[in-house]
Design a protein around this ligand. Sequence first.
Ligand SMILES: O=C(CO)COP(=O)(O)O
Length: 282
Amino acid sequence: MARKERSAPRRGAFQGEDRRTLIAGNWKMNLTHLEAIGLVQKLAFSVPEAVLDTAEVVVLPPFTALRSVQTLVTGDKLPVGYGAQDLSVHDSGAYTGEVSGGMLAALACQYVTVGHSERRAMHHEDDAVVAAKAQAALRHGIVPIVCVGEGLDVRRAGEHVAFCTSQLDASLEGLTAEQIGGGGPDGAPIVIAYEPVWAIGTGEVATPEDAQEVCGALRARLAERFGPETAASVRILYGGSVKAASTAGILAGPDIDGALVGGASLDADEFAQICRIAADGS
Ligand SMILES: O=C(CO)COP(=O)(O)O
């Protein structure tokens, strides 16, 4: 999907010229390829075309559904983007069970999440692996959505800002300002997602103030390390129990450029409603 200027830019500490609102649905380990086809078809009906002038809508199905989603999206020219939930740090070889960036690029994936807290916690992916995965994505012309977020203990200790900014630092280790601000296809910047672990799948969404506090700090950190222009170009998403009812409040944050939606992205009506609200900017 072509990147466009926001129709109604919001003012923030660093106002990007091209931070088009991005709503990405992370399906996690849900839906067979047949069910995926059904959901994308339903989405194509439910998301009004006008929404797509302002917001970019992307789905992140499991690997097994990517080919079906690609066929549907390209065959019917649906204005929905798609990507994967993970990729290998390696490009090819004896890595049983792994899927490479080249394989995803061959399916025309535009995005891939790296460093999701579920992979960090359950698959023992550390910051170095996350940074290597971001590099692997960029090598193959795929925009990494680099996820960071604190657990409940860190939040309760009031250390969430320091935790997330240092997790961001380590997860971007070795990446250059050029890669961060324009290493994707057609010079697209990478995407960051702030997903507090305590808000994922719990129904406990961060308050708009909590979400903005961390997203603002992440952008400030990017500015310190890579310069204000690069920081201004990067889209920062919030994720964690986003529903239609919480979307407007969350997206009001000047440093929040969209949402990474889990459970609610499996319900076409709810996801379409989130996209509508995101596009209206209300
Ligand atoms: O992990 C998430 C998206 O990547 C958020 O999941 P939920 O929206 O289900 O809380």
